[in-house]
Design a protein around this ligand. Structure first.
Ligand code: UDX
Length: 482
């Protein structure tokens, strides 16, 4: 089939590359000439494992084209996917200007039936707005005779695993109208996604508004699980329980399940923070504020400070003369994406408190340098106090503490002896619960995870002394020696 994808951002590129890989002819449109030139020269503007290979292969085999030519992109296919950005506007609602501009361009150039598919994450009711804009453009040209339909087909891709998520979807959500153009749209989309439904039917067909809502509901549910576990983890620290054991204990109940229950330094990235905020705004606009989701946001914001609180409990507020090693900058492994990454807040606060930072990340260092320069615009001189290093061990050399913020594979089995010898102290603050507290204690480290200050790790006299309400850090046997 012929398919046009409007927007060569993260979702557009992955969707375009994967649809071409399935044998379709895909035309990717973007108005950013530099991006199109880069893609045509075999370059790739984002980091996503496996994407480059799929892009190159399909360009070479002639199934994938990148262009700035709007008229050609509209003429190319009956299926027009809109996969442009929906950045938050000043009040946190999703800004639809790029989506509506894309719709307008399609309306201006179309001369036969089109299915316009909203792939971008857009608030409930957007398809209706898209349809209104297209209708307006057709009316301007006196071409109200041309039929079209607007469908919703949200994506559920995870950064770092996007190719696999696309090629092996749990579900394909299709929101279509039940009029005649809507049913034509459904037939075309079913045909496009047929390869994924061979063994069993993964398509969920529904009305457009429910499909738009489904995307927000999915992200909101996942974000809720994370904030819920983060709050319980902080309590676990106080009462001397190990949140990881608790996770396994509750996850074994199939009604709960194991995934997305990992405590940490809060969720980040381009989707959860933005989508949760946008859903809260929609609810407010409808006079029904979402109380659970509002708390989810608040807990997540606070969770990004948890490691800083632990650092202050160890060293006090002034950190001049201290050096912190940071392992992991990206908001999660497998990407160089720094959007809403907890590392930004943690590093910014450390630098502002006078500390030095030695940072390592396998792929995000360049992006991190860029966003930190932006974050610290008011104090650019502080950037002199951060050094990006080539190897994890270089970061810990001479450091007062190691702060782990992203669970990259490369950090999973470090040489603990070399690490201990290189560090000035033995304090490890693990924001992703990557290490086993017992093993770290045995290796001589003072280890603070998130919700893992199990009393069993404390010497017996401290176990008695520690009140459930005492600060988590007071449970740490080595805290007073620092
Ligand atoms: C998410 C959704 O998973 C995906 O379906 C949707 O299309 C886009 O948003 P993504 O943002 O790429 O994908 O990353 P994801 O792997 O979901 O992680 C999001 C954040 O939650 C990360 O900051 C991660 O560290 C955090 N997280 C995830 C936790 O803190 N604990 C968990 O148990 C899982």
């Amino acid at each position: 089939m012929n398919v046009t994808i409007v927007g060569t951002g993260y979702v557009g590129l992955v969707t375009g590359a994967c649809l071409a890989e399935l044998g379709n002819n895909v035309f990717c449109l973007d108005l950013d000439r530099n991006k199109i030139d880069l893609l045509n020269a075999g370059g790739i503007p984002i980091h996503e494992p496996g994407l480059e290979e799929v892009l190159l292969r399909n360009v070479e085999e002639g199934r994938l084209t990148f262009s700035c030519d709007v008229a050609a992109s509209v003429a190319f296919a009956d299926l027009q996917f809109i996969a442009v950005g929906t950045p938050p506007d000043e009040d946190g609602s999703a800004d639809l200007k790029y989506v509506l501009a894309a719709a307008r361009a399609i309306g201006r150039h179309m001369d036969r039936f089109k299915v316009i598919v909203d792939k971008s994450t857009v608030p409930v009711g957007t398809a209706q707005e898209v349809a209104a804009v297209v209708r307006e453009e057709l009316a301007k040209r006196g071409r109200e005779d041309i039929a079209f339909s607007v469908a919703s087909n949200p994506e559920f891709l995870k950064e770092g695993a996007a190719i696999d998520d696309f090629m092996r979807p749990d579900r394909i959500v299709l929101g279509v109208d039940d009029d005649e153009p809507g049913q034509r749209a459904l037939a075309l989309l079913r045909e496009l996604y047929r390869p994924f439904n061979r063994n069993h039917e993964r398509t969920r067909v529904m009305d457009v508004r429910s499909a738009e809502f489904t995307k927000y509901a999915a992200n909101a549910m996942l974000a809720t699980r994370i904030s819920f576990m983060n709050e319980l983890a902080n309590l676990a620290d106080r009462v001397g329980a190990d949140i990881e054991l608790v996770r396994q204990g509750i996850g074994s109940d199939p009604r709960i399940g194991y995934s997305f229950l990992y405590a940490g330094t809060g969720y980040g990235g381009s989707c959860f923070p933005k989508d949760v905020d946008a859903l809260c705004r929609t609810a407010q606009a409808h006079g029904l504020p979402l109380q659970v989701l509002t708390a989810v946001q608040r807990v997540n914001q606070a969770q990004k400070h948890v490691l800083l609180d632990k650092i202050r409990a160890q060293f006090g507020r002034r950190l001049a003369g201290r050096t912190f090693a940071v392992w992991g900058l990206a908001f999660k492994p497998g990407t160089d994406d720094m959007r809403e990454a907890p590392s930004r807040l943690v590093i910014g606060a450390l630098l502002r408190a006078g500390a030095r930072v030695r940072a390592h990340d396998p792929v995000a260092q360049e992006q991190a340098a860029r966003v930190l320069a932006d974050d610290l615009q008011d104090h650019p001189e502080l950037l002199r106090n951060i050094t990006f290093v080539a190897k994890p061990l270089d970061a810990v050399t001479g450091a007062d503490a190691l702060v782990l913020l992203t669970e990259w594979k490369i950090y999973k089995s470090p040489n603990l002896r070399a690490m201990k010898d290189a560090m000035r102290t033995s304090l490890v603050l693990d924001g992703r619960n990557l290490y086993e507290p017992h093993a770290m204690a045995q290796a001589g480290f003072t280890y603070l995870g998130i919700g893992r200050n199990n009393r069993a790790l404390l010497p017996p006299q401290q176990r008695v002394a520690a009140e459930p309400s005492a600060a988590a850090d007071a449970l740490d046997p080595a805290a007073s020696s620092l």
